[in-house]
Design a protein around this ligand. Structure first.
Ligand code: NAP
Length: 282
């Protein structure tokens, strides 16, 4: 029976530490600030943004959401980003993705000042990550690494398999695991015989967005399994990419969905904003 890696509990513990750091900054007259840009009316994005606002408030980060209709043109969004880059009261700028059709996320992400890029999506930060030069790290991958560390999972020298190669999750997670001295295999939709790879994994990260893609017989006994997937089922419930019922008896440690990686993503966003405030304001 696998040990449950409780992301909710780890995130709550992290938040306590972040609250204390915020209080330290407040004593110096500094309130970390996060600006969120939300374009369009996507329900999931609105829920994510609301959760981020609440989480910021709970640790003492000032936040403001700049809302734009779906038909907004690139010029107006670029102007908003320029204004936020120059606004000293914001240490972090987050562009909520996905954007409505017709808008180019790459162009906008590149416009965000790298030192305020708390999501770590700016090419400069991503390049630094790839080169092992530090920089800002995307929040979900950072959350996965923190969960592994807090669960006491040894990474150096281990076989790590990441399913999914998106720039949001899969790619940066693979880079972080590599930086932590794991031997990393990155799988994607063209991978032949996925199970042959996953069965070798001491650490398995599932980030494909396919409900139940990974079943128990695809998991090496004792492996640490981090399930990043969030899939909404027809009955409205959420599930991950890993079939929990068959995986749990085989894995050594496993994250649940919900309550695993999700809460960590938000906690790491808060941390990134406070880090940015400390870096920017000495
Ligand atoms: P994405 O951009 O759609 O990327 C999915 C990746 O999975 C792609 O690289 C794709 O391969 C690969 N893939 C799809 N089907 C596969 C299969 N059958 N076998 C192997 N690889 C397969 O998704 P994402 O943004 O990375 O998100 C992945 C999942 O994580 C989603 O469920 C998302 O909701 C969730 N998520 C959770 C959090 C959190 O906080 N917990 C944060 C972000 C995302 P190709 O490149 O070949 O197409």
């Amino acid at each position: 029976m696998a040990r449950l890696i409780d992301g909710k509990a780890v995130a709550a513990e992290l938040r306590e530490g972040l609250k204390a750091r915020c209080a330290g900054l407040a004593a110096r007259g500094i309130t970390p600030g996060l600006a969120v840009i939300l374009v369009g009316d996507d329900l999931a994005s609105r829920i994510y943004v609301r959760n981020k606002e609440r989480a910021c408030a709970s640790v003492g980060i000032h936040t403001r959401t700049f809302r734009f209709p779906a038909e907004t043109e690139m010029g107006a969004l670029k102007a908003q980003i320029d204004a936020l880059n120059a606004d000293d009261s914001f240490d972090g700028i987050l562009l909520q993705l996905p954007l409505p059709q017709g808008l180019c996320a790459d162009e906008l992400l590149e416009r965000i000042a790298p030192e305020k890029d708390v999501d770590g999506f700016h090419p400069l930060n991503f390049g630094k990550l790839a080169l092992g030069l530090g920089g800002k790290t995307p929040c979900t991958p950072a959350g996965c690494m923190e969960l592994l560390r807090r669960a006491g999972v040894e990474i150096a020298g281990k076989e790590a398999v990441v399913i999914g190669r998106s720039r949001l999750v899969g790619k940066p997670t693979a880079l972080l695991l590599q930086a932590a001295d794991a031997t990393v295999t990155l799988c994607h939709s063209h991978t032949r015989d996925l199970a042959a790879h996953t069965r070798r994994a001491d650490i398995l990260i599932a980030a494909a967005g396919k409900a139940g893609l990974v079943t128990g017989e695809m998991i090496k006994p004792g492996a640490a399994v981090i399930d990043v997937g969030i899939n909404r089922m027809p009955d409205g419930t959420l599930c991950g990419d890993v079939e929990f019922s068959s995986a749990e008896p085989v894995a050594g440690a496993i994250t649940p969905v919900p309550g695993g990686v999700g809460p960590m993503t938000i906690a790491m966003l808060l941390k990134a904003t406070i880090d940015a405030a400390e870096e920017r304001r000495g």
